[in-house]
Design a protein around this ligand. Structure first.
Ligand code: GH3
Ligand code: MG
Ligand code: MG
Ligand code: MG
Length: 315
């Protein structure tokens, strides 16, 4: 029988994935019509370092899920006006909530009903009366694992970066934030130069290695808060938050300098690879700009950089 690895720290392992919310507190939504109980659960979870949103009016649950984006929902099974199982069913109707962990708090002893609650959307039961010290541990472990699974699901399997869809979601979110707070940010689109030649001369595995190593170079050089995505095959997208276009160009050029200096060793040859980039910026003054417009502007700049001879960044 193989032995498990020494480390039991999900966090270490999560480090392999870029752009997950590893640093953010775990966010838990507590749904219970009993205000006193709900606050007791919330207090126990907060004391254990989690961020808690309390809903005592079950009809507000969906709304709270949308605004708090919880890592886990802890829900009373018996509530007046709505059945917890029905509420779970409603939550599960949304595709994006299929993987949201949902724990029922319940004194339910009836095995058949417990099974039904699980079948219709719940993941597990925590018996009432709740042991508050145990609650925090159980919730934390579940929520951490759920976050890890989501990080995997939302990341590109070759590089660990955000996949195309998730990147665009983040772009929309950050634009919204700029609109609200008059912030500044830049979008950079990168495309590896003559990448077909890499595949043709050295094979697809080497091509994959080049893609992975550019992903690592971006993660290393850019800020932790910057959002990095694999936009397409050998194309990357980067959101540099709080950064104007000129400064973004300097950062991307530094990535290129390092990346271009890195030799790849093939069987009978060593070679280097470059990339072109296009940047479009948003400042508070142009906060009405749409995501598609920003992407088009960065793409046009990238196209111009390619035409001007590649290996450069255009604004
Ligand atoms: P340009 O400088 O104009 O960008 O030239 P290019 O050769 O990079 O142009 P193009 O975008 O047409 O070619 C991209 C190639 O990348 C085509 C495709 O076979 C390859 N590719 C896309 N995704 C992957 C991948 O995941 N792995 C590997 N090895 N190759 C990929
Ligand atoms: Mg109740
Ligand atoms: Mg391309
Ligand atoms: Mg290319």
């Amino acid at each position: 029988v193989p032995k498990p690895l020494e480390t039991n720290e999900l966090a270490d392992w999560l480090d392999q994935f870029a752009n997950h919310r590893r640093d953010a507190l775990l966010s838990i939504l507590v749904v219970d019509d009993d205000t006193v109980l709900a606050e007791a659960y919330a207090m126990a979870l907060r004391q254990a370092g989690m961020e808690v949103t309390v809903v005592t009016e079950p009809s507000r649950t969906l709304e709270a899920i949308a605004s708090a984006a919880p890592d886990l929902v802890l829900m009373d099974l018996q509530m007046p006006g709505i059945d917890g199982i029905e509420l779970a069913q409603i939550i599960r109707q949304a595709r994006r909530h299929l993987s949201l962990p949902l724990l029922f708090l319940s004194a339910e002893q009836d095995a058949a009903r417990q099974i039904q609650a699980r079948r219709l959307g719940g993941d597990d039961f925590i018996a009432k009366p709740v042991d508050l010290s145990r609650l925090a541990t159980v919730v934390r472990l579940r929520a951490e694992r759920a976050r890890a699974l989501r990080a995997i699901m939302e990341s590109d399997s070759l590089t660990g970066l955000l996949n195309h869809g998730r990147f665009k979601e983040r772009l929309a979110l950050e634009l919204e934030r700029c609109r609200r707070d008059g912030g500044t940010m830049s979008l950079a689109l990168l495309d590896i130069d003559h990448f077909k030649q890499v595949n043709d001369r050295y094979g697809h595995l080497m091509g994959d290695r080049v893609i992975r190593s550019l992903a690592r170079a971006l993660q290393k050089r850019l800020r932790r808060t910057d959002v990095i995505g694999r936009y397409g095959g050998e194309e990357f997208a980067v959101l540099l938050l709080g950064t104007q276009a000129e400064a973004a160009r300097a950062a991307i050029d530094q990535v290129r300098d390092r990346f271009t200096a890195l030799p790849f060793e093939a069987e009978h040859a060593s070679f280097t690879v470059s990339f072109s980039a296009g940047i479009a910026g948003v400042t508070g003054g142009q906060s009405e700009i749409e995501a598609e417009t920003l992407i088009q502007a960065a793409d046009a700049a990238l196209y111009a950089a390619k035409h001007a001879g590649r290996g450069r960044t255009f604004l």
